[in-house]
Every structure is written in C-alpha cells, then in structure tokens.
Ligand binder design. Structure first.
Ligand SMILES: *Cc1c(COP(=O)(O)O)cnc(C)c1O
Length: 468
C-alpha cells in the first residue's frame, strides 16, 4: 500500500491515501507524507462526541490555556529521568505535600509520604499492596498463617478493587448495597472482618451513586472492634473523586487523616484535581505505613525523597499541570469551580427529579454527580427504557450513561450525570431541554422498544408484571 500523493502539488484530499482503506494489520511498506498521515489519524477521532458533552466520565475534559500549554510543552518529559529533570521530582514532592496537608496529614517531616500514579487505579493498587504487606509482616512476627488475606468494602466498588484482589489473590468481601443502605453498611462491614482482613475500603464519591461512605462512623466502629479483638485493621479511603471535593466544599467533615484508623488515601488528580489524564495520588499517614519493600530512596534533591510506584517511566506533564493548578487556583479557585459544579448538578438533580417519569436515587447531593431511575408506576406502562433515552441523547451529542446497579440491586437501571468544570448552567438548560424532548418523543411510541421488550422478558421470568 502506498499513500504518496499523485504528484507534488496534489492536496491532502486529492491524495491516494484519502480513497484507500487505512492500514489495519501490517505496518505499511512505504512512507506516507506527514501531513497526510496526520490527517488520517486526526480524522479517526473526528466522529467522536465533544468531550465536554460526555457526562459519563469523571475525568477532566477542560483545562485553561496556560495549563494546556504547560502540558503540551512538557509532552516529551519522562518523570523517571530525575537526574535530567530534577525539578520535576521536586514539584512532585511539593504536590504530595500539598495533597497530604489538604487531607490533614499528621506527618511532620519536610517531605510527606506519598506517591504519584497514572490514576487512582495505580494509587489504589499501591494502597492495597501496602496494607497487605503490613498485615503479612505482623502475621509473620506473630508466627501466624498469612496465606488467606481478605479485604472488605461495599459492592459499589470501582473495578480497580476487583483487579487488585484478582492480581494479588486477596479475598474480596463485599457488603451489598441495598435500598435501605445506599452507602457502605458499617455494621455489616465490621461483621465481615476477621484476623485476616488487611483493610476496609470506604469510598468518597461512589462511582455508582455519587454518595459518600461514612468514614467517621466506620472509624468509630472499627476502633471499638479493634479494641475488642486486639486486631489493628486499618482504613484505606478510595477518594478518587471526593479527595478533591471534600477539602474545598466540606472542610469540617472528618473522613481523612483526622481519623485514627485512616492510614492511606488515594485520589485521581485527573478527576476533581482538574488535570488532564493520567494522574493519581496516594498518601500514607506517615512513613511507618509504607512498607520498606515498596520504596526506594533518592538523595539528590537536597533531602531523601521516597519513591514508590508500579510504573517506571511515566509522563511528567500531569505533575506540572497539578502544581500549576495548585498555584493558580489556590484553595479559593478550587472551591469556586467545584461550588459551580455542585450548583449546576443541584439544578439538574432538581429538574430531572421533578419530571413525572423519573425519581432521584437519593435526595442528597454530596458530590456534583447523581443517578436517577424510572418512576416505578410510570415504568409499568412505559414503552421505553433508560437505555433508549441514552441513545436518543447520544444523537443530540450528549453522553449520559444508563447502567444496572451492582449485585443485589442489579434489577435497578439508573442513569448518571457527572458535572465537571466545563459544564455551565446554560449547558445544563440545553441538556434538560434535550432530555424533555427525548422523553416526549419516546412517549409517542406505539410499540415497546427492543430494550423494553428484553427488560420485560427478563422480569416476567422473575415474576414482575407489566401492563400495556
Ligand atoms: C475513577 C475511580 C477509580 C479509578 O480511577 P482512575 O483514576 O480512573 O484510575 C477508582 N475508584 C473510584 C471510586 C473511582 O471513582
């Protein structure tokens, strides 16, 4: 396959390449001019939706011009080349300090104990591994078996915890989410603990619901349990979203290192830390909670800095952008942006929740995201499902996902909106109008849609009755 121009002066869209299929299996034998190759690759992404209309993702889709410029200018920098770019490591250390202090770290040393990751996933893995190794060390020292570690969290976990448990062969004990317990059921969580529990993982900003697990109540219950049993089961908080929301919008709420048993916290810098992907952070309570086996020290920064991570090479641009955001926005700027997101989310929550066909999953709005479902009465005669609404909104450019809830309430189909920087009230008005228009169209249907027929087939097998 040869993608050369017909002659020197033909335009990109007059070239051979533009009327041939793109390479799929083999590296082409010959060259293609850079501008033509660029056009082909660029156009692959052309039919995608506008990133800011994607209300499914938690990840940053808007940064200001200076932040974007810094990242573009740093695109070739490898974070791990510390001897070449020592200042990157220093900025990373400063970010770790700032995140640790934002979460009320009790650690007094100049450099707090933490690590940068590609996202929360890497940060959660590191937190999980540290908890597992600490538990193993203790068991070994006590001369006890250390071959059956387990971890306790709610069934509304993000998929990374399933990966962690699979990859490190940790038994995962999940507390079901129920309609009475829309967040982690603490009594039930404590009941699932035993001498082999490496940690409990509450979530701040639950992916499925937008709610927060009550870490303060968990800490109190765990304190009593640990006292009674002599165990010292710790807490790792998965604060992928909440870690960058609570310190600005609800600084009085105790969920972080102010609580006794919280020994590590992870977050995504690329979610409400407002940096383009991929960036995550993990902070430990102090250096005693980070097993020595996981860290290696460097001393060419004027102090000894601890380094931990699953990846070796990684882009540095996100670290620069995080440091830029901290300087530029300050506490005040983060608060303003997240307050706006909360306001816009609250507006959508109210508008959508007051439509006769919908019910909000929770009356509370703890983070700028929420889920809703179809009103049960309305559902009995509806000819459409939320999956049809998702399709209809997609045609209008919006990505608003419909999905089934985790096990035990997996019959429940919900729809979710995540409001982030870049979603204004005006856009929310457009969205709400588009939802109303879509529903009006769906209500005109004479016959049930394929997803409705499938849903009814499934529920009639389970004994639910629908009428048409
Ligand atoms: C997004 C998320 C993760 C995974 O984070 P990435 O940054 O995408 O790797 C883990 N836990 C929760 C609760 C999340 O919301």
């Amino acid at each position: 396959m040869k993608f050369n121009r017909k002659n020197e002066s033909s335009d990109i869209f007059g070239s051979d390449a533009m009327r041939k299929p793109a390479p799929k299996e083999f590296i082409p034998k010959h060259r293609t001019p850079a501008e033509t190759a660029y056009q082909m690759v660029k156009d692959e992404t052309f039919p995608q939706t506008q990133p800011r209309l994607n209300l499914a993702t938690f990840v940053t889709t808007y940064m200001d011009d200076y932040g974007t410029r810094l990242m573009n200018e740093a695109v070739g920098i490898n974070y791990i080349d510390e001897t070449e770019y020592p200042r990157v490591a220093v900025m990373c250390g400063r970010c770790i300090n700032m995140v640790a202090n934002m979460w009320n770290s009790p650690e007094q040393s100049e450099w707090k104990t933490g690590a940068v990751g590609i996202g929360s996933s890497e940060a959660c893995m590191l937190g999980g591994v540290a908890a597992w190794l600490r538990w193993r060390e203790r068991r070994k020292a006590e001369g006890k078996a250390y071959d059956k570690p387990n971890l306790v969290m709610s069934s509304a976990y993000q998929v990374v915890w399933e990966k962690f448990c699979q990859l490190w062969q940790i038994e995962m004990r999940t507390v079901p989410l129920t309609q009475d317990h829309p967040t982690l059921n603490i009594e039930e969580a404590i009941r699932m603990c035993d001498e082999n529990t490496i940690c409990i993982v509450p979530i701040e900003g639950v992916t499925w619901t937008g709610l927060n697990d009550d870490v303060e109540a968990l800490d109190a219950a765990l304190d009593a349990y640990n006292k009674k049993t002599g165990y010292d089961i710790p807490i790792h908080v998965d604060a992928a979203s909440g870690g960058f929301i609570l310190p600005f919008l609800n600084p009085g709420k105790k969920w972080d290192f102010r609580l006794k048993w919280v020994c590590s916290i992870s977050t995504s810098g690329h979610k409400y830390g407002l940096v383009y992907p991929g960036l995550g952070w993990i902070i430990w309570r102090d250096k005693n909670y980070l097993p020595k086996d996981m860290s290696f020290s460097v001393n060419y920064l004027g102090a000894s800095i601890t380094q931990v991570g699953l990846n070796f090479s990684r882009p540095a641009a996100q670290i620069l952008a995080q440091y830029y955001n901290f300087i530029h926005l300050g506490m005040e700027g983060y608060r303003d942006i997240h307050e706006n997101s909360m306001d816009v989310a609250a507006y959508c929550h109210k508008e959508i929740g007051s439509m006769p066909c919908f019910r909000n999953y929770s009356g509370r709005l703890e983070n700028p995201l929420f889920v809703w479902y179809m009103d049960e009465e309305y559902d009995k005669t509806a000819k459409w499902t939320l999956f049809d609404l998702q399709d209809s909104l997609m045609q209008k450019g919006w990505m608003v996902p419909a999905y089934t809830m985790p096990k035990d309430i997996e019959d429940m189909v919900v729809m979710r909106i995540v409001v982030r920087q870049g979603m204004s009230r005006d856009m929310a008005d457009m969205l709400v109008q588009d939802i109303k228009d879509s529903v009006a169209e769906l209500e005109k249907l004479q016959y049930p849609t394929p997803t409705r027929i499938a849903a009814e087939k499934e529920s009639s097998q389970k004994g639910k009755v629908y009428t048409h």
